[in-house]
Design a protein around this ligand. Structure first.
Ligand code: AMP
Ligand code: MN
Ligand code: MN
Ligand code: MN
Length: 273
């Protein structure tokens, strides 16, 4: 089993990098990637644990990016995490996240939720504050019942806790990943609120900018979606990847390594590794 998209508490996951690696091993993963949002800070610890448990760890990162003014996620796999260009880019995103968290808290304050930043910080084990942390805080406070509701009511679009993402453009992000020797993969292509026409346009633009692959199988993929994504990928000569996007919050159902198999093994992004 191969799972190339997972989070630790260095971004918005619950477990430590060692904890995620242990869980991956226990779930029967042979190859596994840690792909925290906009940081590679968990990879050293993950690598130590992977060496102990003899599981193949792929160094990864899930980078926020803009395409056509919308936030998308591009996963870098097999990166040299010490690459200066990559780290300079990630640092910009980390800095933006700090400013964004303050703005989000101010917005939530306007909607009557006091001390949102302080309350959210209590849930953060790493250095990064994400929207997931704000969402978990609003659930813990009894303001919303689940993640879907929080994002809809508070954290997206023009809602009180929503702040426009000032991320790097997609072509720049792909370039950072390539400079770091990695491959660039579009994450969860069917999770952006876009029509099929728009998704194909996005894939085509990203492909022109050097995208290497796309996640054909994600945690909740139906058979029809897997076939559809595989076909779109093939039309643009993109390789196929798979990942659960495991975060580990108690109110999420996703498990590490519980994925349908990629139907077309010769297109798998890991064949070159
Ligand atoms: P951020 O990168 O800080 O903007 O946070 C985005 C993260 O929030 C994503 O990586 C998901 O883990 C989570 N997320 C976004 N939208 C939703 C949603 N509708 N339901 C649950 N989690 C979401
Ligand atoms: Mn996340
Ligand atoms: Mn994502
Ligand atoms: Mn993710």
């Amino acid at each position: 089993m191969i799972d190339l998209h997972n989070h630790s508490y260095y971004s918005d996951g619950v477990l430590s990098p060692s904890g995620v690696v242990q869980l991956a091993k226990n779930s029967g993963c042979a190859t596994f990637a840690l792909t925290d949002h906009d940081t590679t800070a968990g990879l050293d610890e993950a690598q130590c644990e992977a060496n102990k448990l003899q599981i193949k760890l792929i160094h990864g990162v899930e980078i926020s990016a803009l395409w056509s003014n919308m936030t998308i996620h591009i996963v870098g796999l097999n990166i040299d995490k010490d690459n200066k260009i990559l780290q300079a880019g990630l640092l910009e995103h980390q800095d933006f996240r700090k400013i964004r968290a303050e703005k989000m808290a101010r917005g939530l304050g306007g909607a009557g939720i006091s001390a949102a930043l302080e309350k959210t910080k209590m849930l953060v084990k790493g250095k990064m504050i994400t929207r997931t942390h704000f969402a978990q805080m609003l659930i813990a406070e009894g303001i919303c019942k689940d993640m879907k509701t929080v994002f809809k009511r508070f954290l997206s679009g023009k809602k009180p806790g929503s702040v426009a993402g000032k991320w790097a453009e997609f072509d720049q992000v792909i370039n950072w990943i390539h400079k770091a020797g990695g491959v660039a993969v579009l994450a969860h292509p069917l999770r952006y609120r876009m029509t099929n026409t728009k998704i194909i346009k996005m894939l085509s633009n990203l492909s022109t900018a050097g995208l290497d692959g796309v996640e054909v199988v994600t945690a909740h993929s139906t058979d029809e979606e897997i076939v559809r994504m595989g076909k779109w990928a093939d039309e643009l000569n993109l390789l196929h990847s798979c990942g659960s996007d495991y975060h580990g919050w108690g109110n999420q159902k996703v498990q590490i390594g519980r994925l349908k198999t990629l139907p077309n093994a010769e297109k798998a992004i890991w064949n070159a590794w």
